[in-house]
Design a protein around this ligand. Structure first.
Ligand SMILES: [Ca+2]
Ligand SMILES: [Ca+2]
Ligand SMILES: [Ca+2]
Length: 428
């Protein structure tokens, strides 16, 4: 049992009617701002935060504040999130009646610092209940990763690294005895443990970390199977609300979409790829970390919420070093960096060729952009490599929404209309 920093908290609950399309029945939903009277960006959190579907409002502890929704984030219907400045700040009540099977807990999180923490938990983490946690113990000790925690005794590690400041959507599901964890819409882990979680006692809480949390949904499956297409509260890159700006899976059909310098090549030599049969491999052959991949220029829309989806991983053939990549957005002339984010992935045999899904939200300031992926850090001559594949850049809104196909009150602007349309489709 790895050590966690456990929060304390409190709560109780009841069932509400199922949403029309989802397989699971929400018993509580915390939008964390939108349904809190008087909530304003930067303002102190209300004494209670509202359960939008049930009667399980949460009580404030510490000093949470209302904040931007995860950097414009993965949930475009959100207008506020809650920032928690540390483990003593949270929203809490006594436990929700989730049972020990057929439940769903999902939400968005950005962690800014710290190690083993929880972002949402129902129960007493050391001994019972279920929730979403981070752990530094599961990834060969080299990095902090997103985990599901079941019953306080079963850590299910996704091996997806926590990147400080980067938003993630995490869903922990237990469905007819099978545990599943989704990260940014991708199924990362399926396991059927021999023991069920212990019934939750103690408290339910949200927060208790240094970072922001948003759009928490808790529900029961009630005999239905979890359906990620309808049940994940996540905007997939191919959602009809999105416009695809650029894609590159390093397949032969994509040739011409990128250039390389330094120690990076397009490889078919790995046995698994998140998409197709080819991926980009950095510092293979135990060469120094100096590879750079630059995309061709492509059209964007200045001011539009834009997302970079991609898979990045650490292939370890006995090597023990982390892999790091800098993801940048530049203008077409490569003169100005408009956005930059560094990602480091850990190592380990269990992580061999295991790519993690990332989604980086940004808003361009120009109408034509390029991407640049730069391998950095690490040591030369190590038997692990950085792998990159399946790059997709999308923006909101979709063209159909821009041409006025959505019925519109005259007082609303186009972008607001697009969000309303999105909300109709995506809200569960
Ligand atoms: Ca929200
Ligand atoms: Ca590929
Ligand atoms: Ca290497």
């Amino acid at each position: 049992m790895r050590s966690l920093v456990w929060g304390v908290a409190t709560l109780a609950l009841a069932l509400t009617a199922a949403p029309a399309r989802a397989s699971f029945t929400k018993i509580a939903e915390y939008r964390l701002g939108e349904d809190d009277a008087g909530a304003t960006l930067g303002g102190a959190g209300n004494a209670t935060t509202t359960d939008s579907v049930g009667s399980y409002d949460l009580t404030k502890a510490g000093t949470p504040t209302y904040a931007d929704p995860l950097a414009g984030g993965l949930s475009p219907t959100s207008t506020l999130a809650v920032d928690f400045p540390g483990t003593t700040s949270r929203y809490t009540r006594s436990v929700l009646p989730l049972g020990t099977d057929d439940f769903v807990i999902q939400g968005y999180v950005v962690q800014n610092s710290g190690t083993n923490l929880t972002m949402v938990y129902n129960g007493s983490g050391g001994s019972n209940g279920m929730g979403i946690a981070t752990s530094s113990g599961g990834h060969s000790g080299s990095s902090l990763t997103w985990c599901g925690l079941f019953g306080g005794r079963t850590y299910n590690d996704t091996y997806v690294p926590v990147v400080y400041g980067v938003p993630f959507h995490i869903a922990v599901v237990r469905d007819s005895g099978t545990n599943r964890i989704y990260v940014n819409g991708e199924l990362r882990l399926t396991t059927t443990p021999t023991t069920s979680p212990n019934s939750a006692t103690g408290s339910f809480y949200v927060g208790a970390l240094d970072g922001r949390v948003d759009e928490i949904q808790v529900g029961t499956l009630g005999g239905q199977n979890f359906n990620p297409a309808t049940d994940l509260n996540f905007v997939f890159h191919d959602d009809p609300s999105m416009t695809l700006l650029y894609s590159n899976s390093f397949e032969t059909s994509d040739v011409g979409k990128w250039t390389t310098t330094g120690n990076v090549g397009i490889s078919t030599g790995y046995t698994t790829h998140p998409d197709g049969s080819r991926a980009a491999a950095f510092n293979g052959g135990q060469l120094p970390h100096n590879g750079v991949i630059t995309s061709s220029a492509f059209d964007a829309v200045a001011g539009a919420q834009t997302y970079i989806y991609f898979n990045y991983g650490n292939y370890s053939a006995g090597g023990t070093q982390t892999q790091s990549i800098r993801v940048e957005v530049l203008d077409a002339g490569l003169t100005t960096v408009l956005y930059s984010q560094e990602i480091t992935d850990g190592f380990g045999a269990t992580n061999a060729q295991l790519y993690s899904p990332f989604v980086l939200p940004f808003v361009p300031t120009v109408d034509q952009i390029r991407l640049r992926f730069t391998d950095f850090g690490g040591i030369s001559g190590d038997g692990s490599d950085g792998l990159l594949d399946n790059i997709r850049v999308t923006r909101l809104p979709a063209p159909a929404q821009e041409t006025g196909l959505i019925p519109e009150p005259a007082s609303l602007g186009l972008f607001t209309l697009a969000l309303i349309g999105l909300k109709r489709r995506r809200r569960r």
